[in-house]
Design a protein around this ligand. Structure first.
Ligand SMILES: NC(=O)c1ccc[n+]([C@@H]2O[C@H](COP(=O)([O-])OP(=O)(O)OC[C@H]3O[C@@H](n4cnc5c(N)ncnc54)[C@H](O)[C@@H]3O)[C@@H](O)[C@H]2O)c1
Length: 385
């Protein structure tokens, strides 16, 4: 798979994602870290469930801030490869995730399996008394999102969704300033996630990604990051969604494909704020307007949250002004936040409310496209409290 490096560049240089995104990459990068040779003192014993592309990246973050007590994967070669990476901590290896949950010494788990398995595994882990770092999306149906919400509330354990944009200091500062009125009231957002080609048909996740029942498709599996950022900037979840999409180019490619490769969505938010979002995987290299952006338009000007966040004044008379300065992002800050919350320090940047609302925003859009109807938040979100 080809994810990560372009976004790592974004974090380190402040360059725009729009300029760097090319293939249909899924991860948002963790900056490279040097793994300590000795475990962190008082490290929290953690099991990694699912040791494919993302689980192995998360494992690196656990090695930096915690202890890898177990690795788990139904594919023995991936599990062994992960155990080799984590050899410092001599983790146990299990093919069945329930054996990880049986281990009383394991306090926390990272769930990095395909999305259709997240809810079952997260609920079981919480009921077994584990803290949970659950990769995004939290779940891919309204009912399974609700199950996770219920289990988190009943458990008293820390639950963090793998929506790591929420731990980027610069984004947090930019969103804070927008919400405080730096560009006036937010009126509209135009956002997109365009890439030059489909996700790899032979990569590690190809055996589930193209099945909508397992991944939710590009919209739910990938763009949960982008849509959550829009919700964050607006400070609300949408009231309604409408949209159109389909398998436009990659018909039956790979064979049996059931996920869309292009769609457009419109969301209506409280106060009349609008969001227009598109995703597609056939934006030719070199054609202007590709990549990713989140253009936030306010009464006084606009900025790109996925770019350098400069504010372009509405009257165009002054040059773009810096909204927030460039900041050094701490490596693996999201995983560190998870452990800090377990220790009772700090606030959870992506708690179950963030995880559930992000997933439901994407699910709502998916339902709008597949039913051809306007879908209302209340019909899919129910009572999130
Ligand atoms: N936060 C991010 O930016 C980011 C980036 C990439 C992927 N992800 C998410 O991480 C998750 C995994 O994605 P990936 O790219 O690593 O996929 P992957 O296919 O590379 O890895 C998934 C692994 O889970 C294993 N698995 C499947 N069923 C299992 C089971 N019952 N028990 C144990 N292991 C099982 C598979 O064998 C595979 O090794 C997805 O939810 C994806 O959305 C998040």
């Amino acid at each position: 798979m080809t994810h990560d490096l372009d976004r790592r560049a974004f974090l380190q240089t402040g360059a725009t994602l729009a300029a760097s995104a090319s293939l249909a990459t899924r991860a948002v990068a963790q900056p490279q870290v040097v793994i300590p040779t000795a475990p962190v003192t008082g490290a929290i014993a953690t099991g990694i469930i699912g040791t494919g592309g993302r689980g192995t990246a998360d494992l690196g973050a656990v090695l930096e801030h915690g202890k890898v007590a177990a690795v788990c994967d139904v594919k023995a070669d991936r599990m062994k490869a992960a155990a080799d990476v984590a050899m410092r901590d001599t983790p146990a290896q299990y093919a069945d995730y329930r054996r990880v949950l049986d281990r009383k010494d394991i306090e926390a788990v990272v769930i990095a399996t395909p999305p259709h398995l997240h809810a079952e595994m997260a609920v079981a882990a919480l009921q077994a008394g584990k803290h949970v770092y659950c990769e995004k999306p939290v779940a891919i149906t309204p009912a399974s999102v609700a199950q996770v919400v219920k289990a988190v509330k009943a458990s008293g354990k820390v639950f963090i969704a793998g929506q790591q944009l929420r731990s980027y200091k610069r984004l947090g500062a930019a969103v804070g300033k927008i919400r405080a009125g730096a560009i006036g009231d937010v009126l509209m957002i135009k956002a997109q996630r365009h890439s030059e080609s489909d996700l790899s048909h032979t990569g590690t996740s190809a055996d589930w990604f193209f099945d909508v029942e397992k991944s939710g498709g590009y919209l739910i599996e990938m763009s949960v990051h982008n849509l959550d950022l829009c919700n964050w900037a607006i400070g609300a979840t949408p009231l309604k969604a409408a949209g159109f999409g389909g398998i436009l180019l990659y018909k039956d490619d790979p064979p049996g494909r059931s996920i869309m490769d292009g769609y457009t969505l419109s969301y209506d938010y409280p106060g009349g704020v609008k969001l227009y979002f598109t995703q597609m995987v056939f934006h030719p290299k070199g054609l202007p307007g590709g990549g990713q952006f989140v253009h936030v338009y306010g009464q006084k000007g606009a900025c790109d949250l996925m770019g350098d966040t400069s504010v372009y004044p509405l009257d165009g008379k002054a040059p773009p002004a810096e909204l927030v300065p460039k900041m050094e992002e701490a490596p693996n800050a999201h995983m560190l936040a998870f452990y800090e919350c377990i220790r009772g320090k700090g606030t959870n940047p992506a708690d179950i409310t963030v995880g559930a609302t992000g997933a439901l925003t994407a699910i709502m859009g998916h339902q709008a496209i597949t039913t051809g109807k306007v879908v209302e938040w209340k019909t899919i979100a129910g009572d999130l409290s």
